[in-house]
Every structure is written in C-alpha cells, then in structure tokens.
Design a protein around this ligand. Structure first.
Ligand code: MSP
Length: 658
C-alpha cells in the first residue's frame, strides 16, 4: 500500500467509554463492551483492519474515595481493578485490540501536552469556579441545573465548590458543535439523543471547568502544582492516546477519526456530545464519524420500589458472570456457551438505544426458545443423520436451493443494514428467520423418512441444505456468540478442514461437500423450567414481558391530550357488566360528563363518590354496553385497575393536568 493513499489505510476504529474502577464491572458495562466487540468482530469478518479500544478511567475523587474505603493506596487499588476488568472481558469473549488505562505514563503525557497546547492558544484560561459538584458523576452543575438541590443525573447529594480552576472555552465552540450536529445527522444516534444534545447546547454552554484544586489523585496541570486535570478532560483524551496522537503520526493518520464511539445515554449530552467535540475542534482535529448512545439496563431494587438503573446503593447491580454461571448450572451448557447466551440476550432482548429490564427468567426463556429450540435443533436433528449412510461426511447438494438462496440474500442484506445502525436486535431477528427456515425445511423434507425409504440422494440433498443454513447462520452468529459459532463450525467439520469464517461466505452453496463432520453434541441443552422453578421455590415468568421498549411520542403529541381534574358526582353499576361503572363527573363544564369506567373490580360505587380523579377529556365518545362514555378516568394497572390516579392536594374540577 502506498504512503500517498492514507485513506486506503484507515482502520475501523471503535471505542467504548473507559470505565471508572470504583467497583467491578456490571451488566451495564458489559453491555457496551459486548456491543462494541460484536461490531468489531463483524468488521473483522469482512477482512477489515480494526482497532477496538476499551479501558479504565482511574483518576478522580470517586476512584480515590473507593480506594480509601478499601484501605488501599489509589495506585494499588486501580491496578487490581484494571485486572478485574481485563479478566471480565476475557471471560466475556471480548477481543479488544487495546486496553487503555488513564494512569499509563504515555496517556498522562498526551493529556498534559494537550492541556498546555490549549492553554497556550488561549482556549484554556485560569479563573474561579463557584458551583456544585457531584462526585458519583464527576460532574459540575450550575445551581439552576440541580433538581431539588440534588444531582440531576443520579439524584445524589452534591458538594459545593469554590476554588481557583482552569476553564476550557466550550462556549467559543458551542455554535460550531451545534452546526456540525445539524449538518451531519449520522453524527449522533439515535435521533432522539441527537435532539437531546442540541437542546442541551441551546440551553447555553458555559465554559467547562477542567481542573480541580488540591485533588491529589489526578494528572497534574503542567506548570501549576496546585491543580489536577479534571477527570473527564483526562478521560476523553484516552480516545486520542489510543490512536497515537502526539506519539505516532503514521498510526494516527491511519486511525483518526473514530468510526464509531459507543456509550450510555447518561454520558452523551454533557460530555461526549459537547465537551468532546469542542475539545477536538479546538485542537483542529476531525470529529468522530458517529456517536451512538444506548439505553440502560434497569433491575428491580431490593426495597421492591420498582425498576431502576443499577447502583450499589439500590442493591440492584447485576453481575454478568454470575448470570452466566447460573445459566450454565441450570442448563448444563458449558460456561463459555452460557457467556455467549448472555451476550445474545443482551443484544437480542432490547433494541439498542432503549432501556430494558434485566431478568434471569427472560434470559432462561430466550435460551430455551431461540438457542436450545431453534438454533440447537437445526444441528441436533441433522448432524446425527450423517452417520446413516453418509460416513459422517457432508453430502452433495441437490440443486434445490433457489428459494433458500433468495431468503439468505435477503437476510444478509437486512442483517448488514441493521448492524450499520447498531440495531443488533433486528439483525438477529433476520438471522433467526433463516434458522427457522432451516428447521422448516427439515420438517417438510423429512430426510430421516427418505433414508428409511432408501432415498439416499434426496435425503442427502435435504441434509446439505439444512447444514448449509447452519453454516451460514454460524457466520452471522459469530460477532455476537463467537464460541457457539466456532463450536458449530467444529461440528460441521469446517474448522478441521481449515475453512475460515468469512462474511463473503454468507450465502447458500458454500458448504464443501465431502468434508468429514465433527462429533455432534448438543450445544444448548434445554433448561428444565419446572425443575428450576421447584429449586428456586418461585415461579419463572414467561419471556419478554418486562421489556420496556416503547414507541416514543413527541411533546406536541403529548400536549394533544386534554387531561383534567374531575370530581365524581355519582357512580352506579351497569346491568350485565361486572367490571363497569357509570360515573357522572364534574369537569368544571356546564353539564356533568358521563363516563363508563372499568373500575368495578376494584371499587364499589359509593367509594368513588366525592373523589377527585383525572380524566382524559378529549377522547372520542364511545358507546359501551349501550351507555355513552365521554372520556376515560386514569388508573394504574394493566388488565385490572389497581389504583385510581388521584391528586395529592385539592384542585378545582376542570384544572388542566400536564
Ligand atoms: N468513566 C466514565 C466514562 C469516561 S469515557 C471517556 C464513566 N464510567 S462509568 O463506569 O460510570 O460508566 C461507563 C458506562 O457504563 C457509561 O456509558 C454508562 O452509561 C454505562 N452504564 C452504567 N450503568 C448502566 C446500566 N445500568 N445500563 C447500561 N449502561 C450503563 O461514565
């Protein structure tokens, strides 16, 4: 490759946030890392050169505090935790190319050089910071940003800060950042997050405080020993360190800018969506091609108050390894396959970008339905038949692959499109269509019957197609479930035959006939849910009920709802309808409204009279059991009403609710 064509040499550069080493990784950290690993692997399958970087964010008050709590020197503490992270990613089959630590001397030098350069240019200046600081988020807040005096992001108490500091001129670059976001719709994804960042900028970007006074656990500000560089400024620069900035010009030319930077939605508006591009503009560097902010995994809190983002204080942190170990134990699958199944669950269960609820029950249900049943069956039903008259070798194709070839083409196209926009869920759904088509083919062509009838040729042709589907599926599976895909590859004899896994072979007909297959053995043993239930002494819930995926509405759509305070004047049963009550409501209009409400299973009519409720006042009138209803009363509960929505102090009927 010639030096004059650097564009050709660019590698695919993908990053995760670097994680605070205040505790071991949980399922939220695992999520971003597995997603990035999947994309990196997908690009490697195409033969591309990839730089996939992750790492640890080791400075700052939060980490120093955690070290103190453990009675350890910060450096000893971060060394231990960095190893914990590396080990976790190894267990999770994460193949990063670079693990960066912010305490590395090389990184510290880059940060200091950048700081000095921006200060020389006047983009960093000295001043006094007076305001609030949240240690958990390592973030500064203005008074008007606090919510009831607490951190608007994590709801913890904040500290007041009044100290000499250095500031970065974010305000100078605010317009340019906003213009870039407007002009490059793909820069921040999903779209809803992009709008959030724009709104954040339009509220006004103040210059960012980029140093702390007398904070011993941080990179010293060059030529000012009283100050340490702000942990977020230090952390964001990791992406430049990894690319070789100010260290290796050639490497930097081949790497920069990042093709895709993944992160959770909480660290987009304030940091990756604004401060980060502003710093890059100040350094006159190209901005990343794409930032993608995913949603949160929520889990039930230990005080039963519902679902919340995981945090130690709520006691709802999910350990990804423990989940995989649990699954391995309950299913009998190997731990490595169970890890892959957790990776699959994370990417398949919830659309990347939205929030979801993690539950072991759903993980088990997905394991049984998608992996043990659909994918597992494909192999378990076909491979053993090769010992009946085929000497355990892949039979010859029968040329009957027309419709299947077309479906494979379509699935491949849909998978590619979905991965391009980080829609792992849709990519896997597409892949499963192919897997199910393979199972259907087995049901329809019944090779075991053909063999019994002595029709070896047709049986072989059917088996070839089914195994070819399994082979193709393994290619699509590899980015998400590398160990499982490689095991399928082994069982198909392809590993032994030295056949590499390549994206270009995602098509029908590429299975080499005559190859001796490996030993068939079920990869995904079914979980006996009844047994598990018995052991846990509790019910295992059906799948997917808790996914919080929602179609979002705009503010304007919400404002179209006319919600009003209403007072119940009268309530009576409706003959022949056990669940319904006829209510007469005062909504501050001349005439009372008549509304049919499904409240009878929960409330007696007399309990409702005199209560203040909330009415959807602009619902189209409807006739229910012959009674006209002019609106709907709000109550909590899905199928049955559990509790009326009421006000916590009196408001006159007709008052708007918004
Ligand atoms: N150190 C900073 C990042 C600096 S990057 C230059 C940081 N670290 S973190 O450890 O607190 O969080 C790292 C990532 O984990 C964030 O992207 C965050 O959104 C993600 N998650 C933390 N909890 C999560 C869930 N419960 N669910 C999904 N992701 C979550 O912020």
């Amino acid at each position: 490759m010639s030096d004059t064509d650097p564009g050709q040499m660019k590698c695919f550069y993908i990053t995760t946030p670097i994680y605070y080493v205040s505790g071991p990784p949980h399922i939220g950290h695992c999520y971003t890392t597995v997603a990035a690993d999947t994309i990196a692997r997908y690009h490697r399958l195409h033969g591309e050169r990839v730089l996939f970087a992750t790492g640890t964010d080791e400075h700052g008050q939060k980490v120093a505090r955690s070290a103190r709590e453990q009675g350890l020197e910060p450096q000893v503490f971060v060394d231990r935790l960095a190893e914990t992270y590396k080990a976790a990613w190894r267990s999770f089959h994460v193949e990063y190319d670079r693990f960066v630590r912010t305490t590395e001397p090389g990184h510290k030098r880059v940060v200091q050089k950048i700081f000095a350069r921006l200060r020389d240019r006047g983009d960093i200046y000295a001043g006094i910071y007076e305001g609030w600081y949240c240690v958990a988020c390592e973030a500064y807040f203005r008074e008007d940003e606090l919510e009831r005096g607490r951190c608007p992001d994590c709801n913890r108490t904040v500290e007041t800060v009044a100290e000499r500091s250095y500031f970065f001129r974010t305000s100078k670059y605010a317009d340019a950042v906003a213009e870039h976001i407007e002009a490059h719709p793909e820069f921040i994804q999903p779209e809803q997050r992009r709008n959030e960042v724009l709104a954040f900028i339009h509220r006004g970007l103040l210059d960012a405080c980029v140093s702390r006074q007398r904070s011993p656990w941080g990179i010293p500000v060059p030529d000012d020993a009283t100050q340490s560089i702000y942990v977020w400024f230090d952390a964001l620069i990791n992406y430049l360190t990894v690319a070789g900035y100010l260290q290796d010009e050639d490497k930097f030319a081949q790497t920069w800018p990042p093709d895709l930077q993944l992160m959770g939605k909480d660290i987009l508006p304030r940091f990756h969506g604004t401060l980060w591009p502003a710093v890059l503009l100040a350094l006159e560097l190209p901005l990343p091609k794409r930032l993608f902010a995913h949603g949160w995994w929520l889990a039930a809190t230990n005080d039963d108050s519902g679902l919340a983002k995981m945090s130690k204080s709520l006691g709802n942190v999910i350990d990804p390894l423990a989940s995989a170990e649990g699954l391995a134990e309950m299913s009998g699958a190997s731990e490595s396959i169970a890890i892959d199944a957790v990776r699959y669950y994370l990417l398949r269960e919830v659309t990347f970008g939205l929030d979801g609820a993690f539950s072991m029950e759903n993980l088990l249900a997905r394991f049984n339905a998608d992996l043990a049943n659909d994918l597992g069956n494909l192999l378990n039903r076909s491979l053993p038949l090769l010992s009946r008259g085929f000497e355990r070798r892949i039979p010859s194709p029968g040329g009957l692959t027309g419709a299947l070839a077309e479906l494979t083409e379509q699935v491949r196209g849909r998978y590619e499109e979905a991965i391009e926009v980080c829609d792992f869920r849709r990519a896997l759904e597409a892949l499963w269509e192919l897997i199910r088509a393979g199972n259907k083919l087995m049901d329809e062509r019944q090779p075991w019957n053909l063999l019994r009838e002595g029709n070896r040729e047709e049986a072989g042709a059917a088996l070839y197609d089914v195994l070819d589907v399994a082979r193709t599926a393994a290619i699509g599976l590899w980015p998400v479930m590398p160990e499982a895909a490689e095991e399928i590859w082994r069982q198909l004899g392809l590993a032994g035959a030295g056949q590499p896994l390549r994206w270009e072979d995602f098509r029908m007909g590429a299975l080499p006939a005559g190859v001796e297959v490996g030993k068939p053995s079920p990869i995904f043993p079914r979980v006996d849910l009844a047994k598990v239930r018995g052991r846990a002494g509790q019910e295992v819930k059906p799948p997917a009920a808790e996914v919080l995926e929602q179609k979002l509405i705009t503010l304007k759509q919400f404002q179209e709802l006319d919600l009003r305070v209403a007072k119940v004047l009268a309530a009576e049963p409706i003959a022949g309808a056990d669940k319904l009550l006829k209510l007469s409501l005062d909504v501050g209009e001349e005439q009372p409204r008549q509304v049919v409400a499904g409240l009878a299973t929960r409330y007696r009519p007399e309990e409702l009279v005199g209560r203040t409720v909330v009415l959807v006042a602009n619902l189209e009138p409807a006739t229910i059991r012959g009674v006209e209803s002019q609106g709907m009363v709000l109550a909590a509960g899905e199928r049955e009403p559990l509790s009326l929505v009421v006000l916590d102090s009196e408001c006159p009927p007709g008052t708007k609710v918004r």
